[in-house]
Write a protein that binds this ligand. Structure first.
Ligand code: PGA
Length: 255
């Protein structure tokens, strides 16, 4: 049985103090909501500087914390990078991998994404695995091929057992931070397709048990329609996760 996941990707926003403040406001806002018994899981993803402090701030709450990135090596001469083991030592057990900003701006190739997935898995971490097509690719009707290729190249080498650690986030690049959202039917169509790809690679059970989030300009005004779609299990939210009241409004829609 799948639950609903509402994940906030804070990206490179908020300094240490602001991050702690936002975490505090979110937890205060949804105090007594009994997320677990309502089948809703909330995750926030601060920048690395704030990771440990936000974990500490949220330690007695039902809200989980994820990292926005890891490097695939365990340790060594990789200036500026952080490993799965290091974020785990800060009390974080989930990581976002393959975000389109990582792919487009920092050159994370499918091979690199796959290596990061393997590193996270061998460190026992859960993964929010992001995929999405560009506007150009959609216009040339390549969106399904692109999504399938991203899944095959970064994820589908995992075993059925390892797939239990995976949450997929479908984030069409043209909808990220643009204010433009995929329509409910466009999103549902792609989520259903992703489920079919998983079924063909594994089995019906794995396909039905895998959470697939939508991401790309999710806000209170479009969350209801998206969450009502049968193959959409929640959202990965950027801009609208930076204000506690707005983020919590989306959580309330999911509850
Ligand atoms: P957005 O970002 O909600 O600001 O579009 C989503 C994401 O990149 O995860």
């Amino acid at each position: 049985m799948r639950h609903t996941i509402i994940a906030g990707n804070w990206k490179m926003n908020l300094d240490l103090e602001e991050s702690i403040e936002l975490a505090k406001s979110i937890s205060k806002n949804i105090e007594n909501k009994e997320l677990n018994s309502n089948n809703v899981k909330v995750i926030v993803s601060p920048n690395l500087i704030a990771l440990s402090s936000v974990v500490n701030e949220l330690k007695n709450t039902e809200i989980q914390v994820s990292s926005q990135n890891i490097y695939h090596k365990e340790s060594g001469a990789y200036t500026g990078e952080v490993s799965a083991k290091m974020v785990k030592s800060a009390g974080v057990n989930t990581v976002i991998i393959g975000h389109s900003e990582r792919r487009a701006i920092f050159g994370d190739s499918d091979q690199e994404v796959k290596s990061k997935v393997n590193s996270a898995i061998s460190n026992g971490m859960d993964i929010i695995f992001c995929i999405g097509e560009t506007l150009e690719q959609r216009k040339s009707k390549k969106e399904f091929d692109i999504i399938k290729a991203q899944l095959e190249q970064g994820l589908l080498h995992l075993s059925t057992e390892q797939m239990k650690s995976i949450v997929i986030a479908y984030e069409p690049v043209w909808a990220i931070g643009t204010g433009e959202t995929a329509s409910d039917s466009q999103a549902q169509e792609m989520h259903k397709y992703i489920r079919t790809v998983i079924k063909d690679s594994y089995n019906e059970k794995t396909s039905e048990n895998t959470h697939i989030l939508y991401g790309g300009s999710v806000k209170p005004s479009n969350a209801k329609g998206l969450f009502a779609c049968s193959d959409i299990d929640g959202a990965l939210i950027g801009g609208a996760s930076l204000k506690a009241d707005v983020f919590c409004e989306i959580i309330n829609i999911a509850l």
